[in-house]
Design a protein around this ligand. Sequence first.
Ligand code: NAD
Ligand code: ZN
Length: 389
Amino acid sequence: MDKTSSFSIQKGKPIRCKAALCRKAGEALVMEEIQVDPPQAYEVRIKIICTSLCHTDVTFWKLDSGPLARFPRILGHESVGLVESIGEHVDGFKQGDVVLPVFHPNCEECKDCKSSKSNWCARYANDSISNTRRYGMASRFKDSTGEDIHHFLFVSSFSEYTVVDIAHLVKISPDIPVQKAALLSCGVSTGVGAAWKVANVEEGSTVAVFGLGAVGLAVAEGARLRGAAKIIGVDLNPDKFELGKKFGFTDFVNPTLCGEKKVSEVIKEMTGGGVDYSFECVGLPSILSEAFISTRTGSGKTVMLGMGKHAAPISLGSFDLLSGRTICGSLFGGLKSKLDIPVLVDHYLKKELNLDSFITHELKFQEINKAFELLEEGKSLRCIIWMDK
Ligand code: NAD
Ligand code: ZN
């Protein structure tokens, strides 16, 4: 990695800037002037260029109970920015670098970060409660009364400036347009990674994707690039079917038009016994069970990506499992951000990976609440929210 020891560390002063605060569950975000403290050791302060809205932001925006429901809070975790200043012991980043903050950590030093078996950083990934990675509940944000504001997923991109730990930060090539790069900081990487790294979809295989948001469409894009023969999309919203064709879907199932049959029965009929791989990209336990029994006995594999409220328990038929199917879940599509995001950027620059069709809307920062409406109404895939416009 490019060392920056010659770069003089900016001691840094607090910055005053605009942020969209979530003050109460489910209520419109409020644009406020906040203070962003300088980065501490192993942290970087970033000027966000643009951010987008992922369904996980919507889930946490609505969450009104339990230890993860915290207010006031700055949501947002899919974004791209420029390094404004760095704290002590920060190697590999310097002022002006184009960077992607990523919600899933990659410390590069723990046993699991060094192993190719998983992307579960043993040092950090089990803590989803803290505000800052190395400093517990300490926050880098204050409102105008001096009250601490909570971070979100160690990113908090709905702010003109944010502070991110280096375990959550990836330097990327400035050649990729920033709005396309932002998509790689969560949803698209999660879907493509799930197809490539978690399921390892191979040429000629059959795939079913439940939920055609950006995550589900990105699974199809990953499966298409691997040469899957049949990619079946399942969604309640028929508008997603036309869009889905751009990402390699070959067939569609609308659960409301299946009559007496279950979606899994329809998929088994379409594929002569079930798909090789299925992906749950909604976040509902009932859909996960359908996705699971849509796969072939003996070898079918199901990957769960959807994130529901309150980590609800799931129920699977024991004989469906005994008959040789496997199921697993994954955060960030099994990708190690520092290693794999630059690879995805390369695929985009070589015109292999389709990122363009994910961007359905572009908004100004002041219009951020409209992005929530569009996603909830099923009208958008990804809205790019420009901080400077
Ligand atoms: P989205 O809102 O854009 O898409 C969800 C899709 O599911 C929509 O097209 C909707 O019509 C469809 N849907 C809803 N209910 C359905 C049902 N009963 N049957 C069939 N389709 C249904 O969301 P997104 O941003 O693509 O995110 C999808 C899920 O992935 C969310 O739960 C999100 O929290 C999760 N997520 C997980 C990770 C991860 O690392 N595992 C990363 C990003 C997002
Ligand atoms: Zn996300």
